[in-house]
Design a protein around this ligand. Structure first.
Ligand code: GLN
Length: 205
């Protein structure tokens, strides 16, 4: 069995996620390829999708215009595993308000029942790194790189909280959807990318 993992390449941390996913496949000995995707044609071929960190308003607007937003939503609803990183988790959410400007009408996938606060830890200059743990998925120690990161202020039924930092929720999972506030692709540790690949593998069985 070979899997195809797509990295949404509209804006944001695309190359870093390609490398981390390729390393994760290699370390797991899983056959598969990693492709950067933009169009509905690219997205239609995927077994799993990573929506990288970047700027969620830009990713939302551009994916709305080329119809990839609609197809991503359909495929995720049908069970395709998705990993939303920072802006990617914002894209997955049902509600995202900015800490300072409050509600905006940015396009969202509107799938994951969480309430998000964008830029929850401050702006670019307040970016930081911190050790975190995701015990529910057996990743006890991980370096979290937080860049204009969101936090989850509320979760709906069935959403598992995987990690908190300073009392704020920073990693969640529901069924085929995984979301984190920080940037795993900016560290050498590919354990989260491996976890995601295993989710894809399971969904194909
Ligand atoms: N603050 C960004 C947003 O709201 C997310 C930052 C990131 O992905 N590193 O879209």
């Amino acid at each position: 069995m070979s899997i195809t993992v797509g990295i949404l390449a509209i804006q944001g941390d695309v190359q870093e996620n390609i490398l981390s996913t390729e390393t994760a496949l290699k370390e797991l000995g899983v056959e598969g390829k990693v492709v950067s995707v933009k169009t509905t044609e690219d997205i239609s071929k995927l077994d799993g999708l990573i929506i990288p960190g970047g700027e969620s308003t830009t990713i939302g607007q551009l994916s709305l215009v080329n119809s990839s937003l609609k197809l991503m939503k359909e495929k995720i609803e049908k069970g395709m595993p998705v990993f939303g990183i920072c802006a990617g988790m914002i894209m997955l959410s049902k509600t995202a308000d900015d800490r300072v400007v409050g509600k905006t009408d940015q396009p969202l996938l509107d799938l994951l029942d969480i309430k998000l606060e964008r830029n929850s830890f401050g702006r670019q200059k307040e970016s930081f790194e911190a050790n975190i743990s995701m015990n529910p998925i057996d990743i006890p120690k991980f370096k979290g790189v937080f860049i204009r990161a969101p936090s989850v202020s509320d979760v709906g039924p069935g959403v598992d909280v995987l990690a908190k930092f300073n009392e704020k929720i920073i990693a969640v999972k529901k069924d085929n959807m995984l979301g984190v506030s920080f940037h795993p692709e900016l560290t050498k540790d590919v354990s989260l990318h491996k976890y995601f690949i295993n989710l894809i593998k399971k969904s194909k069985n």
